[in-house]
Design a binder for this molecule. Structure first.
Ligand code: SF4
Ligand code: SF4
Length: 370
C-alpha cells in the first residue's frame, strides 16, 4: 500500500499565524492523536538556526506542534542536540541561550526545551545495528531521543553541502545522533585545498571550529587529524579553493544518515510524524552563519507518517513547482538520491506514496466557524 503524504500549499511570504494553522491542519489529516497514549513523552524536533541565518522554522510553528501534541493527551517537549562543530550550539548552555535569542523559550513554544545529548554531548545511547548492506555496526544516538516515546519532526527543507539535500532524513539521522554518532557519520569527509586557487585569505580558518586549518605563506593547509569533516570550509571559501572528492564520501555519509534514522525511530515508528516545510528554501543549510535569499517562492508543507515518503514528496513537489531538480542543480557533484535509495533498502519507509492535497481544509475550518 502506498504511504500517504498530505500537502498544504502556502502563499509567498505567508504570515506565521497562517503557517501555524496549516501545521495544525496537517496534524488533523495525519490523525496524530489516534496513536499517542495519554502521558507519552513526545519530542518535537526542530533546530534553532544559526547566528545571522534566518531560514530556520520559527517559534509559532513549533508552538502549533506542541499544542497538537498536548491536545492529544501527551506531554510535549522541544528536542534538539548539540552540533559537532564549535559555535553557538556546541554545548547545552550556549545552545539554550542561542535558542532564547532566536525567540525559542518555554513561553513561546509552550514546552520545555531539552538538549537530548546532554551538556557537552555526553548523553550517548549506543545500540547495535545489523541492516542489509549497512555500513554502521553501531549507532550512537542522543539519550533523550532514545527515551522519548514519540517524535514529531519539523524540518525546513534546504540544499546541503555534504548530502545535496537536507530535509527530514537529515533532521532525524544527524539531528538526533549524539556527538559520537555525528562524528561517525562524518568520518571520511576530508576536504582538500586547491593550492593555485587559494589566496591565503584565512576565511576558512576562521570558520573551522576544531582549528584544523592553518594558513601558510601562499595557501591554507588542512590537518586531517584535526578535521571533523563538517564541510564548512567548503561552503565559505569565496574562491572555490576547497574541494572534496565527493564520490565515496557523500555516498557513505548519506547511507549512514539513513541507517541512523532507522536506529533513532526504532520502537516509535508508529508514534512519529514528519513534516517538510518547503518555505524559504536555500541552497545552503540553516547551519551556515549567513543570510541566504530563498531560491524560489514558498511552495507548501508536507506531512506523513512515513519519513521516506515525505522526503521523496518534497523532491517531487519542488521539481513540479520550479520546473527542475533543485537539489541536483544546486549541488551537481552530489547524488542526493542515495540517501533515499539506501533508506528504502534498509526498510525505513517507501518512496511510493499518494499525495493528498488538503489545501482546502483551512477554508473548510473557516466556514465551520461561521
Ligand atoms: S577561504 Fe579559500 S582562498 Fe581563503 S584561505 Fe581558505 S581555501 Fe584559501
Ligand atoms: S571540514 Fe573544513 S571547516 Fe570542517 S573541520 Fe575540516 S577543515 Fe575544518
Amino acid at each position: 500500500m502506498k504511504s500517504k503524504v498530505y500537502f498544504i500549499e502556502t502563499g509567498a511570504g505567508e504570515a506565521l499565524e497562517g503557517l501555524a494553522e496549516k501545521t495544525k491542519d496537517l496534524f488533523n489529516a495525519l490523525e496524530f492523536s489516534s496513536t499517542i497514549k495519554r502521558g507519552d513523552l513526545v519530542g518535537v524536533k526542530t533546530t534553532f538556526g544559526e547566528k545571522n541565518n534566518i531560514g530556520h522554522l520559527k517559534p509559532p510553528l513549533v508552538r502549533a506542534a506542541v499544542d497538537k501534541v498536548r491536545s492529544a493527551g501527551a506531554k510535549p517537549f522541544v528536542v534538539e542536540t548539540n552540533t559537532l562543530y564549535i559555535g553557538q550550539r556546541t554545548n547545552a548552555v550556549s545552545h539554550l541561550l542561542h535558542a532564547n535569542n532566536h525567540g525559542f523559550t518555554v513561553e513561546t513554544v509552550g514546552a520545555p526545551i531539552i538538549i537530548a545529548d546532554g551538556l557537552m554531548g555526553e548523553n550517548d545511547y549506543t545500540m547495535p545495528l545489523d541492516l542489509p548492506g549497512g555500513l554502521c555496526k553501531m549507532a550512537h544516538i542522543a539519550g533523550g531521543a532514545k527515551a522519548a516515546q514519540g517524535l514529531v519532526f519539523l524540518t525546513h527543507v534546504t540544499g546541503h553541502m555534504l548530502t545535496g539535500m537536507g530535509a527530514t532524513l537529515k533532521n532525524i539521522g544527524m539531528g538526533l545522533a549524539s556527538r559520537g554518532g555525528k562524528l561517525a557519520m562524518h568520518s571520511g569527509v576530508i576536504p582538500q585545498i586547491i593550492e593555485p586557487d587559494c589566496t591565503a585569505c584565512g576565511i576558512c580558518a576562521d570558520f573551522c571550529s576544531p582549528k584544523a586549518i592553518t594558513i601558510k605563506e601562499d595557501f591554507a593547509v588542512i590537518d586531517p587529524k584535526q578535521c571533523i569533516g563538517c564541510g564548512e570550509c567548503l561552503a565559505v571559501c569565496p574562491f572555490e579553493a576547497v574541494k572534496v572528492d565527493w564520490g565515496e564520501d557523500t555516498d557513505n555519509v548519506q547511507k549512514k544518515v539513513a541507517e541512523y534514522c532507522v536506529a533513532i525511530l526504532k520502537g516509535k515508528e508508529k508514534k512519529s510524524v514528519f513534516f517538510n516545510f518547503i518555505t524559504h528554501v536555500t541552497e545552503q543549510c540553516d547551519c551556515m552563519d549567513k543570510v541566504y535569499k530563498p531560491a524560489f517562492e514558498d511552495v507548501g508543507i508536507l506531512a506523513s507518517r512515513d519519513p521516506l515518503a515525505v522526503e521523496k514528496a518534497a523532491v517531487d513537489v519542488i521539481r513540479e513547482s520550479v520546473g527542475e531538480d533543485f537539489f541536483q542543480k544546486s549541488w551537481p557533484d552530489i547524488d542526493y538520491t542515495i540517501q533515499m535509495e539506501h533508506a528504502e533498502k534498509i526498510g525505513l519507509g517507501s518512496t511510493d506514496y499518494e499525495l493528498v492535497d488538503v489545501s482546502g481544509s483551512g477554508k473548510k475550518r473557516a466556514a465551520a466557524r461561521k
